[in-house]
Design a protein around this ligand. Structure first.
Ligand code: KIV
Ligand code: ZN
Length: 522
């Protein structure tokens, strides 16, 4: 309020899809995938990208380092516990980088202090201050998060915030780590911080809300109403457990209701759709149809009464224009007779800028698809591009060659699979299974020789109609870690094979990146 809104009526959008979002159970991205998302977040216009947790693994260190060096525009931050090793790893990842922030956090609630940290309040306070001071020795821009702030005794929280601001924190983040707060309570907490932390005007107040009771966006918005000027969240509401505030919801709430919130963002709203689709595709988490802003049904009108009114006047049942958030439905269609220029132009509008060589590859796949499917919609093109990226990312890894299956209700399913292997050889294996997909996976297992368990399998149609591309999402588990894979094809058994091989490749790539980088990170 007084302190925060007087400086600026712009809310800083802090995206943590690559850090808290990657903590979603079953998520796990390669460095290349993180870079691709970071470039898209830059197009979206977020102010801060939390690229990872440099001290947590060599793979995360590398992702933070590369994003900080390659994505120019937003501030890039790394999370760090208030311990020297984490902060030093973040500092090393940011060597030579200008726009960097170190995000130091420590638990603040008694329940965390007693059971998780097993330390007293004084020790925690000292660690918080020391952590900020150490981060300050690497960068000017230091964020401090009091974890579980909404369950922390307010007086202790105020004292801690005052101390870390004195130590140099330029942003202080008030968290609802376990999604326990209500909008009224959380708004009051932000007001309390403004009224009781004497030096609060020297820092931006940030909020970070989890969605355990489905109130993450509402709590973040209540915080804005009460003076917070940075909101942290993830695209599509990804994140630990039930996720974080869905950034697209918070952004569209303030942009659709300036009369109420009186603030704005620097977001390029038309990139919301592209960002959501890319994050869904790379993470392997489909978006529920009725998800606000980015769900398939978010702008579809089904009841006759609604349709009738909508056709008379759009605003009767629509509070945002779908195009304004980059929602495209299936409006534009290419087909068999479309040429390279048409394909390139359409892909450019969808946010994909291809080199001539890339276009040549995609054009071949496009023509194959156009032979089996009369109309190629934007959604087909998105699926095709995801498939293309998966192939590039896993170059020199396993690739699906040919698939032949025999199945039906009068025979025992059999598959013959040819895989191109990382050593350049092709191997063909036959296997039987309980169904065609099981037989294909068993054949692939035999070639790859890894002991993995298939834990999740889902097929969706990319568009409506019998000739639609089938998109398969698979999760496999190995040694307690879960890896997702996706594949699309007009034949769902082939799509399943591609998804299974994609999951295996990602398992190998993520394992390798964590083993290889010799960064000294913990
Ligand atoms: O939920 C949380 O409290 C966090 C902090 C590390 C910011 O993710
Ligand atoms: Zn969190």
């Amino acid at each position: 309020m007084a302190q925060q809104s007087s400086t600026e009526d712009r809310v800083i959008i802090f995206d943590t899809t690559l850090r808290d979002g990657e903590q979603s159970a079953g998520a796990g991205l390669t460095v290349e995938e993180k870079l691709r998302i970071a470039h898209q977040l830059n197009k979206l216009g977020v102010d801060v990208i939390e690229a990872g947790f440099a001290g947590s693994s060599p793979g995360d260190f590398e992702a933070v380092r590369r994003i900080a060096n390659e994505v120019k525009g937003p501030v890039i931050t790394s999370l760090a516990r208030a311990v020297d090793a984490d902060i030093d790893a973040a500092g090393r990842a940011f060597e030579g980088v200008e726009n960097a922030r170190i995000h130091v956090f420590i638990s603040a609630s008694d329940i965390h202090l007693m059971h998780q940290m097993r330390k007293d309040r004084e020790t925690i306070m000292d660690m918080a201050v020391h952590g900020v001071e150490r981060a300050k020795s690497y960068v000017d821009d230091v964020e401090f998060s009091a974890m579980d702030a909404s369950r922390t005794e307010p007086e202790y929280l105020y004292t801690m915030l005052e101390a870390v601001i004195r130590a140099g924190a330029t942003t202080v983040n008030i968290t609802d780590t376990v999604g326990y707060s209500t909008p009224d309570e959380f708004g009051a907490l932000i007001r309390g911080v403004i009224e009781n932390v004497p030096n609060i005007e020297q820092a931006v107040i940030s909020v970070h809300c989890h969605n355990d009771l489905g109130m993450a966006s509402a709590n973040s918005l209540a915080a804005i109403e009460n003076g917070a000027r940075q909101v942290e969240g993830c695209i599509n509401g990804l994140g630990e457990r039930a996720g974080n505030a869905a950034l697209e919801e918070v952004i569209m709430a303030v942009e659709t209701r300036p009369d109420h919130y009186g603030v704005t963002t620097g977001i390029n709203l038309r990139e919301i759709g592209n960002s959501s689709r890319m994050v869904s595709s790379i993470f392997g988490f489909p978006i529920q149809a009725n998800k606000a802003i980015v769900g398939q049904n978010a702008f579809r009108h089904s009841s006759g009464i609604h349709q009738d009114a909508f056709l008379k006047e759009r605003t009767t049942f629509e509070i945002m224009e779908p195009e304004s958030v980059g929602w495209r439905g299936q409006a534009l269609v290419l087909g068999k007779l479309s040429g390279r220029a048409g394909l390139r132009a359409r892909l450019h509008e969808l946010g994909y800028d291809l080199t001539d060589e890339e276009l040549t590859d995609v054009f071949v796949t496009f023509k194959d698809l156009a032979d089996t499917k009369r109309e190629i919609t934007d959604m087909d093109l998105e699926a095709l591009m995801s498939e293309q990226h998966r192939m590039v990312d896993t170059d020199r890894m396993y690739k699906v060659g040919t698939i032949h299956v025999v199945c039906g209700n009068d025979t025992s399913p059999e598959a013959r699979v040819t895989l191109e292997c990382p050593d350049g050889e092709s191997r063909t294996v036959e296997a039987r299974g309980t169904g065609p997909v099981d037989a294909v996976c068993k054949a692939i297992d035999e070639v790859v020789g890894l002991d993995i368990e298939l834990t999740e399998f889902a097929v969706t149609a990319v568009t409506e109609g019998i000739d639609s591309l089938g998109e398969v999402t698979i999760r496999v588990a190995k040694n307690g870690s879960v890896y997702s894979g996706r594949g699309s094809d007009s034949d769902i058994v082939v799509a399943s094979a591609k998804a299974y091989v994609n999951a295996i490749n990602r398992l190998l790539a993520i394992g390798a990146q964590d083993r290889s980088a010799n960064t000294g990170a913990v």
